[in-house]
Design a protein around this ligand. Sequence first.
Ligand code: NAD
Ligand code: 6OD
Length: 489
Amino acid sequence: MTTARHYALFIDGAFCEGVEARRFDDINPATGKLVATVSEASAADVHRAVTAAKRAFEGPWGNMTTNARLDLLAKASQRIMESFDQFLGHEMDDTGKPVSFASKVDIPRGAANLQLFADLARNLGTESYATDTPDGGRALNYAQRHPLGVIGVICPWNLPLLLMTWKVGPALAAGNTVVVKPSEETPASATLLAEVFQEVGLPPGVFNVVHGFGPGSAGEALTQHPDVAAITFTGESATGKAIMKTAAEGLKPISFELGGKNAAIVFADCDLDKAVEGTLRSVFSNCGQVCLCSERVYVHRSIFDTFVARLKAGAEAIRIGDPYDETTEMGPLISAVHKEKVLGYFRLAREEGAEVITGGGEPTLEPPFQGGHFVEPTLWTGLDENARCVREEVFGPVAHLQPFDDEAAVIAMANDSPYGLCAAVWTQDLSRAHRVAAQLDVGMVWVNSWFLRDLRTPFGGTGASGIGREGGKHSIDFYTDLKNICIKL
Ligand code: NAD
Ligand code: 6OD
């Protein structure tokens, strides 16, 4: 890409500049070069977007038949697949993620999320009961689903299209309208999605995009807006706390998908090849920037040395560099700031007494990638379970490996975390798999797999990893209110 693009706001069905005409830069993290300039929304722009969304909710969108609404979502899903290469290129330029990952995960899932929720909403029923009445008669109780109104959607940068559509899909399918605040690091795919919605004929105001930052910018203004009925947020736990405080003023329902410090547990009876391959993926996918990544790997002592040697060899074989090269397996971190944070943890691990099994530095790359935010795939061992590097989310390509001796001890170590997003368990003993999975304090457990998704299942975390569940019917539950109607017959 040679000429920088420009990403405008999308309000009431049209692309526009912010009233204060402020702009910020969108940088390609693989090269450090400018991708685009981006219009920053002020509180006044957010107000325009919310007002348009409210009008659409009360008018054209609210009055549309369910099938007509869901047909538009399905068409948008199809359009994403038809514009696959454009979405792919824009998402890669914003994130630096390799084509091998983005083409298999980000873009197909962006389309699948819209299709799934269109299909689901078409087929979803509600409960009803035949009720005995005190006078010996009968009554009928039935529940109706009602959309909430304008949903504020606040997104992170790690899987921009995937995580945005994961929220926009069910919110629109349920009959709401949305104002999306993409991450300031990754404005492209929200802008492209706006184009898609425009093309398929979504009524103006149903989908709006306000670019900008968090505090003192578009994110905070959206959270504060009195006409925003609910907030759905994916991002850091600390940001979740700030959003929750602001949302509390308006008693807004919130759905939070937050950080993790996920454990992988490798039992001696695992299929070693599969456990090594799966753990390499769970630690290093997307440069460790998936909330589900394993940053704590517990390995039974009897296979610890073998497992460490195999994981080290795997980590050292990872091909880093040009995102557009089909053979590249790992791209850069998202930004210079995030790279500094991750390198800070690399330094801290040494200070805390870690043995660095591999990595811990920056790779040497050819131009233009020497200007990118790359770090080495890194593995540590030897840290105390109370070390900051074992307790805090790094969100980079790094894990700490700890040996364990028995099942109870490893469950206790895995559970000793403020986070509770997910875990991966590697064992061929079916009883052990059930027993251990039941005792892990997390929202999701993968056995002999990782990030194997069925979009109908409940997705979310416990503790500092989130509030509520999204996925399938659980998303629709969040984006609707149930009204019970009792009719005395
Ligand atoms: P972040 O919290 O820094 O930012 C997320 C979004 O919130 C951005 O759009 C940002 O502009 C906005 N924001 C920041 N402060 C705000 C405020 N005060 N009010 C309103 N909006 C505000 O997160 P990130 O760095 O973009 O993403 C990485 C984090 O997200 C990691 O912690 C990761 O674990 C987490 N994550 C969790 C999941 C999950 O499903 N649990 C998925 C992806 C990422
Ligand atoms: O697969 C999903 O639906 C999902 N929400 C993934 C989140 C990944 C976090 O980075």
